[in-house]
Write a protein that binds this ligand. Structure first.
Ligand code: G3P
Length: 226
């Protein structure tokens, strides 16, 4: 499963890239706006931090097909390899997806809330479809169940598009998405840190250190095998 960071916060992205096995970064207009900074500098800085091999998904701010395609082309020129234009599903968005794919631009169809939206987005050529898990859960739907059915639909119809689940608020949602075969999850950096944290892990590490120091003091392995 691919782990992606849903953020435009440069120092948090830097930390995630340095320490965690992440596959890329996703943003949307809300996430970008939170940084209150120059857009072009921000996206080029993020690209410099994540490097050429990780995916960078940037969402269009246009709703009309030709404008979406023009934004995608210009962003692809700026970002280069592994750029994905995120396009919210709509009639214009679907047409823009088809055109972008013919231009060789990767597409993530976003703001997906139903299985049929995902299927149609995939049929238009989207590389990823992005269902919003917590926003579904918040309307007494079941985000993970929607992911499960999209994954199954893609299997049944031999569709190559992947499910990039988004909008997570807790670890349970991420874990259940993984269990039902979600291909990728995009998670904000704070929640990602919680994924690797457990208090019992810290207790265990503390015990190892105390036991070791009881016999070897402050010497480390390297001091003993020189
Ligand atoms: O880009 C989609 C995702 O980031 C939405 O998350 O937390 O605003 O529901 P959220």
């Amino acid at each position: 499963m691919q782990y992606i960071i849903d953020s435009a916060h440069l120092s948090k992205i830097k930390k995630c890239v340095e320490f965690y096995p992440i596959d890329g970064v996703t943003t949307n207009p809300t996430i970008i706006s939170k940084e209150k900074t120059d857009f072009l500098k921000l996206i080029t800085d993020i690209k410099d931090v994540i490097g050429p091999d990780k995916m960078f998904h940037i969402q269009t701010t246009s709703s009309e097909c030709n404008m979406i395609v023009e934004e995608a082309k210009r962003l692809r020129e700026i970002i280069g390899e592994n750029f994905y234009i995120k396009i919210p599903i709509s009639a214009d968005g679907l047409k823009a997806t088809d055109i972008c794919k013919k231009e060789g631009i990767n597409v993530t169809m976003t703001a997906i809330f139903t299985q049929q939206q995902a299927l149609i987005g995939a049929k238009a050529g989207a590389d990823y479809v992005a269902p919003y898990i917590n926003r579904l859960d918040s309307i007494v739907s079941d985000g993970v169940h929607v992911v499960e059915e999209i994954v199954n639909l893609f299997k049944i119809h031999d569709i190559k598009s992947k499910v990039l689940a988004a909008s997570f608020k807790n670890i349970e949602q991420i874990h259940k998405t993984a269990l039902v075969g979600g291909h990728a999850v995009t998670i904000n950096p704070d929640l990602f840190e919680n994924l690797v944290y457990h208090p019992l892990t810290l207790y265990a590490i503390d015990d190892f250190e105390k036991d070791w120091e009881g016999v070897y003091g402050n010497k480390k392995i390297l001091d003993l095998i020189k």
